[in-house]
Design a protein around this ligand. Structure first.
Ligand code: SAH
Ligand code: SF4
Ligand code: F3S
Length: 432
């Protein structure tokens, strides 16, 4: 029997999306080809997330459907953060007897070997490592990039911060930084191949360090006369320095946008989260960026319903959100993660959490609407990432989503447009 087609499901963050590009690279180097429908796949990979309970529920839901749709004899492999949690892989294979391979994040680079072994022996494989065996983080498989003009480049793996709600350090291990020369070579290559937007990835990019080189050093090395857009995520408020604002304001390539997750607006909650900054320090950093880059687009992650959060604490979050005025806000209900310190703290009831998220979403909606209206009349430079007929879609230098009509503009072009309308954060422009 020939096993040729593969299909990958990806859950979770940008990093996981890029991990899936690497898995695709591994599979293609072994002669597999991608297919459009899971029904045609000989190998089905689920690259999972476990940052919130909903992420895990989604995986189980999909597995149920895949079971009835898949080709007879198709191999199902589950990898990623969810299966890296202690006992999660065991639980998964018990609940889903049709899953053939369950591995974690650390042995994922060997997924090709596991698939070969299963095809040869027909014996189910459940193997989760607690760290990388070789301990280095040079990248071997060439990723198969799937995101058009955008390319992601890892600068580091793992996290050392142990925010009390977060599972990531447990499933991704401690911080490991890639050699700076490898990163610069990757970016140079991608830009010369024609990629127009590069996003540097890490759980806390501001703590990047390789030998005596730091994150600001890396950003300076990535300056270029070739036109491309450079972004990075995620930044941690405790580590981002005013130097980054300076570099951004002088750079020819850096996007005027910053994703700076605040999580909460109450100092008591921030301390219980182990975030190592106060609301005042956070807002000072925001002001420093705004002073040097007045048009900067700001985004953030905010959580409601962290253990012991009172109405007063929640109002502090609303107050911070109102003062900062984010262009884009990712809002989450706190989700209990087994093994994290917050899991053992006194929890809020479901209804309180649900009501708070609803209030926050409404609150931010009004802010986004107002900000969108304020941009009408401004000139923006849009990097076209999609085109449908004459309708072009893309992002501005401040990371605002803008659509406009043009016959001649192509995907990958930078086009100057004037913003003519801003309804509910959807901006429409006209070519100038
Ligand atoms: N390293 C990044 C992002 C990590 S996960 C950072 O430090 O911000 C992305 C977002 O998921 C977090 O910013 C946080 O808002 C959210 N998150 C993490 N753990 C969560 C949990 N247990 N419940 C709800 N949201 C969570
Ligand atoms: Fe999780 Fe905090 Fe690390 Fe981000 S910085 S990945 S929220 S522990
Ligand atoms: Fe990302 Fe989810 Fe893992 S957010 S790092 S895929 S737990």
């Amino acid at each position: 029997m020939s096993m040729n087609n593969y299909f990958i499901y990806t859950y979770g963050c940008q990093m996981n999306v890029h991990e899936s590009e690497k898995i695709a690279g591994i599979l293609q180097s072994r002669g597999f080809t991608p297919c459009q429908n899971v029904e045609e796949a000989d190998v089905i990979v689920l690259n999972t997330c476990c940052v919130r309970e909903t992420a895990e529920t989604k995986v189980y839901g999909h597995l149920g459907r895949i079971k009835s749709k898949k080709k007879h004899g198709a191999v199902i492999a589950v990898c990623g953060c969810m299966t890296q949690q202690p006992s999660a892989a065991e639980r998964l294979v018990k609940r889903c007897p049709f899953v053939n391979i369950a591995i974690g994040t650390f042995n994922q680079p060997r997924i090709g070997d596991y698939i070969d072994k299963f095809i040869q022996t027909g014996t189910r494989i459940v193997e989760v490592w607690s760290s990388e065996k070789d301990g280095d983080c040079s990248e071997s498989a060439l990723p198969v990039r799937s995101s058009g003009i955008n390319a992601w480049v890892n600068i580091m793996y793992g996290c050392n911060n142990f925010c009390t709600y977060c599972i990531v350090p447990y499933v991704r291990g401690r911080e490991r930084c890639r050699p700076i020369d490898d990163i610069v070579a990757d970016v140079d290559n991608l830009v010369s191949q024609g990629y127009k937007q590069i996003t540097l990835l890490g759980q806390n990019v501001n703590s990047y360090r390789y030998a005596d080189k730091t994150f600001p050093d890396l950003l300076k090395l990535l300056e270029s006369d070739t036109k491309y857009r450079l972004k990075f995520m995620t930044s941690h408020p405790k580590d981002i320095s005013p130097e980054i604002a300076q570099i951004m304001s002088e750079s020819k390539v850096l996007s005027h946008s910053l994703h700076l997750p605040v999580q909460a607006g109450s100092n008591r909650i921030l301390q219980a989260m182990n975030r190592h900054y106060t609301r005042e320090e956070y807002m000072e950093k925001i002001s420093a960026f705004r002073a040097l880059i007045p048009d900067i687009g700001l985004s953030s992650d905010v959580m409601v319903g962290f253990p012991t959060e009172t109405e007063e604490d929640f109002l502090q979050t609303l107050d911070l959100v109102e003062r900062v005025k984010y262009n884009n806000l990712f809002m989450f209900i706190y989700s209990q993660r087994s093994g994290t310190p917050a899991d053992a703290m006194p929890q809020l009831d479901y209804e309180t959490k649900q009501k708070r998220i609803d209030r926050l979403i409404k609150f931010q909606f009004e802010i986004s609407k107002q900000l969108a209206q304020n941009t009408v009349g401004r000139i923006a430079e849009v990097l076209v990432s999609d085109k449908d007929g004459d309708k072009c879609y893309g992002k501005s230098e401040t990371d605002a989503a803008i659509s406009f009509n043009s016959e001649s503009a192509k995907i990958g072009d930078f086009v100057r447009v004037k913003i003519v309308s801003g309804k509910n954060a959807n901006l429409t422009g006209e070519v100038v």
